[in-house]
Design a protein around this ligand. Structure first.
Ligand code: G3I
Length: 373
């Protein structure tokens, strides 16, 4: 009896694996006929961009045209976050997500949903004192799983990949003691993946996090994958965010992480790539604004522009080398004008982390990547 159940489970899992493999290779089809950066890398991986939904709702035609031409994958930064899409119990805001999904379909782009479960950007009421007193941890688990099933189910077949859980571990590889962890415990993460799979068996399920080049954090996520695989918990890919700088991290560590995740039989998606060019700050310190920390307000000096381009080239050389593992590389924004890097960790600076400048013109970084192929 046990054996036949195991055999059945094995065949179900093999079926899912086959669907995932098909889905991944189908991703390459998204680049067809566009003749932009993504087309250049059609044999390697998809190249995506994050777009703020406001540019889809109140169209900036130039920006939209550029996105449709240059990229074959699309992510949006905030609309799938709990406070936007599910602002109160039984209240769902589908309108923005629908616009996003329609745009991606219209332009034949691989659509990524970000994120299903995160501790940040949740509505106040979700963890209010009153609700915490009323609900047991089992009831909170139901809320979490229903949230996932409803969203993934609604966009089944339209969203190709989900960042199922975002940023569950800190830089030392310890659990982030967020509300989900404190109320439900460690199982919140595996239950989230288990809920996402049946809601859309064809969607690629991603664990997404920052600083995964750090060996201690890498090891923690590898332990998670090993544990998931041993127990049949579904996971298809690791999302390495890729918020890096001109001088950090050591890219050898970044490459080691890609290879190490690949060895565990999961793919890697670089989910949020951008390169900070502003003066480095001590980690986890948030000083006040001062002009000396904001040196490129008027323009990016040529020498730094080349440094940025070279940094992008080094990153892409690694990604191409690891192309059997890397499925997608997504830039966290289109133009420097809209990057979150202008406001983090110090608000109001002028950063230049992306491939297109504030006037939507290609930067040297773009040209270097175009010519690399
Ligand atoms: O919607 C409100 C608006 O009503 C209000 O007037 C305005 C005033 O500040 O804030 C608006 O909310 C902002 C929201 O973006 C929508 O624009 C928040 O303040 C702002 O904090 C939020 O920032 C987002 C950030 O996640 C929050 O942590 C960024 O856009 C988004 O790019 C960023 O993305 C994250 C990924 O999800 C996870 N990985 C790191 C990455 C960068 O922080």
């Amino acid at each position: 009896m046990r054996n036949s159940r195991r055999a059945f489970l094995r065949s179900v899992l093999a079926g899912f694996a086959a669907i995932q493999a098909l889905n991944a290779s189908a991703g390459l089809a998204y680049a067809g006929g566009k003749d932009g950066l993504a087309t250049r890398y059609i044999d390697d991986f998809m190249i995506g961009s994050m777009i703020d939904v406001k540019f889809l709702l109140d169209p900036e035609p130039d920006l939209q045209a550029l996105v449709a031409k240059e990229f074959n994958a699309l992510t949006t930064d905030n609309i799938f976050k709990w406070d936007n899409i599910h602002p109160a119990q039984n209240i769902w805001n589908w309108a923005h997500a629908d616009v996003f999904v329609d745009y991606a379909a219209k332009h034949n782009m691989y659509a990524v949903g970000h994120p299903l479960v995160w501790h940040s950007q949740v509505p106040e009421g979700l963890f209010s004192k009153r609700r915490l007193n009323q609900k047991s941890s089992a009831q909170y688990m139901d809320v979490l799983l229903d949230h996932i099933s409803q969203i993934v189910g609604r966009y089944a077949g339209s969203i190709n990949a989900w960042d199922v859980v975002n940023e569950a571990f800190d830089d030392d590889g310890n659990w982030v003691r967020n509300n989900w962890y404190q109320i439900i415990g460690e199982t919140y993460i595996e239950e989230s993946f288990k809920a996402a799979r049946p809601a859309d068996p064809t969607a690629v399920l991603i664990y997404n996090d920052y600083n995964l080049w750090k060996p201690v954090k890498r090891r923690r996520v590898i332990d998670l994958i090993k544990d998931f695989k041993r127990r049949g918990v579904p996971i298809d890919a690791v999302g390495m965010q890729g918020h890096i700088g001109l001088g950090y991290p050591d890219l050898a560590l970044f490459e080691e992480s890609i290879a190490a995740f690949g060895e565990q039989g999961v793919k890697v998606h670089i989910t949020e790539l951008d390169v900070d060019v502003l003066p480095g700050l001590p980690e986890h310190e948030f000083p006040q604004y001062k002009e000396s920390l904001d040196p490129y307000r008027v323009s990016l000096p040529e020498a730094v522009s080349i440094q940025l381009a070279e940094r992008y080239r080094q990153v892409f050389e690694i990604l191409v080398r690891q192309k059997t593992i890397v499925e997608r590389v997504t830039l966290w924004g289109v133009s420097d004008r809209h990057s979150w890097r202008n406001d983090f960790p110090i608000p109001g600076r002028t950063n230049h982390p992306l491939l297109f400048d504030r006037a939507l013109q290609r930067k040297s970084a773009y040209d270097y990547l175009y010519q690399l192929k």
